[in-house]
Design a binder for this molecule. Structure first.
Ligand code: UDP
Length: 361
């Protein structure tokens, strides 16, 4: 039986890997090894997702922890090389755009192991985003591409991928959402009513690392909280920056990062979501919840062209008018993109079986 290694490292990877792992397991076609790099490592950013999503304990945990980009990437590479040498996989599956994605793809490619990139072909065209560099580099050395949207297929063709390497399977993050939405649960610690609050997540360096920008966004959140309760589960890096910048959020409810089921409930029932997260843009599009993205660009353009997402960038007038529209029940309508239906993991597993039969890996 051929052996596949899955690499996960950070919060958004868990939702994407789970449906692929389960679909392969259900077909019984390959031996699977789950490697966690430990890029995110604590209860709130990692462990809770394994429990809530039902993902088995990783077979191998590299426990790299927090570090600068270079140190983290290098540490993952050093340790993952030993994993590949001892496990001798036939294929590596990497997900999304985190440091673990490129670090492990690079190691496997240099050892002659085929690499499949899940969520390939996304581009924000903003190289100031560390994730954009990870996406570009991972795509440039992958052998097999699984995509979430047709624009990603087009991008991959433009950068020289062959059509037979590209497989439009749909969105794995939405598979997890479809499976677990019936189990979404209201966070006990928050006193909120469905439709009666705005939900905020912010953690991109372009928003939270910039001492000119973060306080301005802060001011807007405080203003918004005078009209509607604002709930902000704070990512660890944003918490750190808030402390460094001495930001005080009068009126806004801050909490720790939430579990998946609790956060899903909050998204589904929010009047509006303000975010810079990639995954949250997609999940709100699926649930048709109004989403305002505090970024100048998005690597997930279908959330704007088809979904409920509006790119706000730094245009605070647009932010105000969009909030006004939503509060007046005139939110931008949206539809669910093609193949965002809960079955992308199954499609992916079938394709892997076919590729294996053809000896592509
Ligand atoms: N998420 C969560 N709890 C939170 C915030 C986000 O479970 O407090 C989930 C969210 O539903 C989505 C994923 O985390 O599935 C998005 O991860 P993140 O925003 O960290 O990464 P990005 O998508 O921006 O790469």
């Amino acid at each position: 039986m051929k052996k596949i290694i899955h690499v996960v490292g950070a919060r958004p990877n868990f939702m994407k890997a789970a449906p692929v792992f389960f679909a392969i397991r259900d077909r019984g076609i390959f031996e699977q090894v789950l490697v966690h790099t430990g890029q995110h490592y604590d209860e709130k950013m990692s462990d809770i997702f394994f429990r809530q999503l039902g993902i088995p304990k990783p077979d191998i945990n590299l426990e790299v922890g927090s570090a600068s980009h270079a140190v983290m990437t290098a540490n993952i590479m050093i340790q993952f090389e030993q994993v590949v040498l001892s496990e001798k996989p036939d294929l590596l599956l990497v997900y999304g755009d985190v440091n673990s994605t490129i670090a492990c793809a690079m190691v496997a490619a240099k050892l002659g192991v085929k690499v499949a990139h899940v969520e390939a072909g996304l581009r924000s065209f903003d190289r100031a985003m560390p994730e954009e560099l990870n996406r570009m580099l991972t795509d440039s050395i992958s052998d097999i591409y699984f995509t979430t949207s047709r624009d990603a297929d087009e991008l991959l063709l433009k950068i020289g991928a062959a059509p037979e390497q590209i497989h439009f399977v749909g969105n794995g993050m939405i598979d997890t959402l479809v499976r677990l939405l019936p189990e979404a649960q209201k966070p006990e610690e928050l006193d909120v009513l469905p439709g009666g609050y705005a939900l905020v997540t912010l953690h991109r360096p372009s928003n939270v690392d910039d001492p000119d920008i973060f306080p301005k966004i802060w001011e807007k959140l405080v203003q918004l909280s005078k009209e509607i309760p604002v709930i902000f589960p704070v990512h660890p890096r944003s918490r750190q920056r808030m402390m460094e910048m001495g930001l005080v959020l009068d009126g806004v409810t801050l909490c720790e990062p939430l579990g998946y089921l609790e956060f899903l409930w909050l998204q589904q029932n929010a009047k509006l979501v303000l975010t810079d997260s990639g995954g949250v843009q997609e999940e709100t599009t699926y649930m048709q919840v109004p989403c305002l993205t505090l970024r100048k660009n998005t690597e997930r353009p279908v959330t704007v062209t088809e979904g409920t997402n509006i790119l706000i960038g730094r245009d605070f007038n647009l932010l105000e008018s969009s909030i006004r529209d939503i509060l007046n029940d005139k939110a931008k309508p949206g539809r669910v993109p093609e193949k965002w239906d809960g079955d992308s993991g199954k499609r992916l597993a079938v394709i892997l079986e076919e590729l294996s039969v053809k000896e592509i890996f």
